[in-house]
Design a protein around this ligand. Structure first.
Ligand SMILES: N[C@@H](CCC(=O)N[C@@H](CS)C(=O)NCC(=O)O)C(=O)O
Length: 212
């Protein structure tokens, strides 16, 4: 299997965490989406131009959640488990973290890198609404359970970790003690710690470039 990804990309991180949790072997290819030439080359592989993409023999599997569904049939460790209702709840939380936390956090991150006069106030306001709503929901949930779907780290937690990694920078959650405790639990997992370590030099370079 080969994963097209970038260590700094949140959706790539989500899949890397899943691959590490499941201890699966894979090749990696880093895709430099910021470089127009390299982006054009990658669009030959996947016309939508999005990362991550998993290629396994004849199968081309895009979309982080679908990649996790695909790899979840491999190995012993399951990231989507239980009966149909339990699985639906795992998918629901995964969607919530992707669509309403990750997307909103990334919006704030990219808007923050633009000169003030080019920022889109409506997008920023909408992102904040989603983040605050997610924080309310998460603070309540993590008061009663360790992970997104109970006491076990599953697919939705793979989605939450990258969003919280960047949220620390643009939408700090330090006043939400249950989210802080959840983030500490996530970071202490080898799969998440490894993904964060691999991203660290790229994040540092991006921050230096933004500050220059
Ligand atoms: N829904 C997709 C989102 C993937 C996505 O948006 N990836 C970003 C990087 S984190 C990307 O490829 N951005 C480049 C672009 O939108 O052209 C997934 O879950 O994999």
């Amino acid at each position: 299997m080969k994963l097209y990804h970038h260590p700094i990309s949140t959706y790539s991180q989500k899949v890397l965490i899943a691959l590490y949790e499941k201890d699966l072997d894979f090749e990696r290819e880093i895709v430099q989406l910021m470089d127009p030439e390299k982006r054009a080359v990658y669009r030959e592989v996947y016309p939508m131009g999005k990362i991550p993409l998993l290629v396994d023999g004849e199968h081309r599997v895009p979309e982080s959640s679908i990649i996790i569904e695909y790899i979840d049939r491999m190995g012993e460790r399951r990231l989507i488990k239980g009966d149909a209702d339990q699985q639906r709840k795992i998918r629901f939380k995964d969607r919530m973290f992707d669509l309403y936390l990750n997307e909103a956090v990334v919006t704030l991150l990219f808007q923050g890198m633009k000169p003030e006069e080019q920022r889109d106030a409506e997008r920023i306001e909408n992102a904040w609404h989603r983040i605050k709503t997610m924080y309310m929901f998460m603070e309540n949930e993590f008061g009663g359970q360790d992970y997104a779907n109970g006491d076990e780290f599953l697919m939705a937690d793979c989605a939450a970790a990258p969003a919280l990694l960047y949220a620390q920078k643009v939408a700090p959650f330090s006043e939400h003690k249950n989210i802080v405790a959840y983030w500490e639990r996530l970071k202490s997992r080898p799969s998440v710690a490894r993904t964060i370590n691999e991203a660290a030099p790229y994040i540092e370079a991006m921050e230096k470039q933004a500050a220059a």
